[in-house]
Design a binder for this molecule. Structure first.
Ligand SMILES: Cc1cc2nc3c(=O)[nH]c(=O)nc-3n(C[C@H](O)[C@H](O)[C@H](O)COP(=O)(O)OP(=O)(O)OC[C@H]3O[C@@H](n4cnc5c(N)ncnc54)[C@H](O)[C@@H]3O)c2cc1C
Ligand code: SF4
Length: 507
């Protein structure tokens, strides 16, 4: 097993391999493992650090772990502060801090993607791949012992409202219910890539370089990808250490995640005749609402979202084509006390009261299946700009989701609800829910989490309207393949990790 960390690299290196994979998240680790097990000589390069429970790297402290495993320490936003860019920066990528919710691509969405130009990724192709992934990651529905009080209240509220309740399949093994999924699991229970497909890749002879950032993909004289230029990152300062690594490879696989793969493409000045690189930037923005209850909830205990409702996954339109409701998944929310304290608004005595009653605060969160994409591009100094504006039907979905969250929290017994906006808007009774139609949630008035980036290197069979072919190979760059959600033509309508892995198996 070969893991080279930044501190191990004391001089510039020149390496070669059959395949170099950029990124070690769900997309990169899955394809790297598949290729190494098939006998290829594979190097996987990861910008972030290599962290293990054996070395005691996971200390369950939100502040420490944000610095270790989260990109930008969890502080990056779009320029208008409407979305928080949530991504991993470590071996295993975002799967190290994810919640473990694991969905298959719904058949209606696989059919839609076919209509949008994809081939070879249909429902029948994907189903057996999902079976295998679910076996590998022990994906299963949890029993009631894993429901924290917020999960129980979610079901109580949903039942009162007549909504369908659907347990969320979870990627866990021997979970202790510590509630620290977002900080990375200290018990190796959550089946992140770091403890599943990355070790399988290493066992199959793969070589992993951590703390190594790919600066550019290079091309040969015929315009085909032939390797990558990298810099070694000093983990303490998060800056280049001064060492460089050149990797020659017959195949380059770009799997740096939905926020970063288009950035590497643009920085490498790769061809973009379709004009689609960086366009169609989708991110599943997350409107969240908090409820104050009479009883202790301790939302930070046990697994985050063992339950939820899929009743609103697909949007409904009336006969005139106007939006009515839906277009999102709805779940119980979970935040650790440090982060909950930071996102809740307020000052002075009122805020002090709120903090003293922190255990009694619960919440609900939605993943919006956004349709109107933003744009990722480079500014004059080569830094990425994540342009994203809530608008049109996406804005209607956000407001509808917040109203459903309020309905649910009140039905579950909340005394009042709090919107995490700068003004600290309170919804004092179900009669006030209509306020959520008017309150400002744009232009940074509320910072919405954006954990599921996708769409900016769109897949399709037509090179005029897409960046990569259904084989995952770039239309205009032979030997360059993309294996992450950048290839999704539109949102998957559910959490994407299992779908990203399945697409990587096909790639
Ligand atoms: C808080 C949170 C909770 C989530 N919960 C769920 C959930 O419950 N279920 C679900 O399905 N999804 C969930 N997600 C989303 C899911 O985790 C991600 O969609 C998925 O893990 C992304 O995989 P990926 O391989 O596309 O990208 P990533 O995991 O981002 O992997 C890309 C990797 O590439 C590395 N990289 C980037 N640039 C470079 C470079 N230049 N050189 C070298 N390496 C580079 C990055 O450091 C990163 O490790 C959650 C996300 C967040 C933020
Ligand atoms: S809740 Fe389970 S999976 Fe999540 S961090 Fe705790 S032990 Fe790990």
């Amino acid at each position: 097993m070969t893991v080279t960390e930044g501190k191990d690299v004391q001089s510039d290196l020149k390496l070669s391999a059959d395949v170099v994979v950029i990124g070690s998240g769900c997309g990169g680790a899955t394809i790297a493992k598949e290729l190494a097990q098939a006998g290829a000589d594979v190097i996987m390069v990861e910008r972030g650090g290599y962290y293990t429970t054996a070395r005691g790297d996971f200390d369950q402290r939100a502040d420490n772990m944000l610095a270790r495993i989260d990109g930008g320490r969890g502080l990056d936003t779009s320029p208008n502060a409407e979305i928080a860019l949530m991504y991993g920066n470590c071996v295993g990528g975002a799967s190290v801090h994810y919640w473990g919710d694991s969905w298959r691509l719904p058949k209606d969405r696989a059919d839609l993607w076919k209509k949008q130009g994809l081939s070879g990724h249909g429902h029948d192709v994907l189903e057996p791949i999902f079976d295998a992934i679910e076996k590998d990651l022990n994906i299963h529905v949890h029993g009631p012992e894993y429901y924290n009080r917020m999960n129980q209240l979610f079901d109580i509220g949903a039942e009162k409202l007549g909504w369908g309740i659907e347990p969320v399949p979870q990627a866990r093994r021997n979970c202790t219910g510590s509630g620290h999924c977002y900080q990375g699991c200290s018990y190796d229970a959550k089946q992140s890539m770091a403890i599943t497909y990355v070790p399988a890749f290493l066992e199959a002879g793969g070589r992993l370089f951590a703390d190594v950032e790919v600066e550019q993909i290079t091309l040969d004289n015929n315009g085909a990808a032939n390797g990558v230029d990298c810099v070694v990152i000093d983990r303490e300062t998060a800056k280049p250490s001064g060492r460089a690594i050149r990797i020659d490879a017959k195949i380059v696989i770009l799997a740096a995640g939905g926020f970063t793969s288009p950035v590497i493409w643009l920085r490498s000045a790769l061809p973009n005749r379709s004009g689609q690189v960086g366009r169609n930037f989708l991110c599943n923005p997350n409107p969240a609402l908090y409820g104050v209850f009479d009883e202790d909830i301790y939302m930070w205990t046990n697994v985050p979202a063992a339950t939820g409702t899929k009743d609103f996954r697909l949007p409904e339109y009336n006969a005139a084509g106007d939006y009515v409701e839906g277009g999102y998944l709805l779940h119980p929310n979970q935040l650790q006390p440090e982060i909950l304290g930071a996102v809740l608004p307020g000052i002075g005595e009122e805020f002090q009261d709120l903090m003293q009653g922190l255990p009694r605060i619960g919440g609900a969160v939605a993943w919006i299946d956004d349709e109107i994409g933003g744009k990722i591009y480079l500014d004059g100094s080569g830094q990425p700009v994540y342009e994203y504006k809530l608008q049109g039907v996406d804005l209607l979905k956000m407001r509808d989701a917040m109203k459903k969250e309020a309905q649910l929290l009140f039905a579950a017994g909340a005394k009042f609800c709090i919107l995490p906006d700068a003004a600290g808007t309170r919804i004092n009774s179900p009669d006030d829910i209509a306020l959520l139609d008017k309150v400002d949630i744009e232009n940074g008035a509320v910072l919405h989490g954006a954990p599921h980036p996708a769409g900016t290197l769109k897949m399709g069979d037509d090179p005029k309207t897409s960046v990569v072919a259904s084989t995952h190979e770039a239309h205009e760059v032979p030997n360059l393949f993309v294996a992450d959600p950048s290839v999704f033509p539109s949102g998957p309508s559910v959490d994407p990790s299992e779908i990203i892995m399945a697409f990587s198996v096909i790639a």
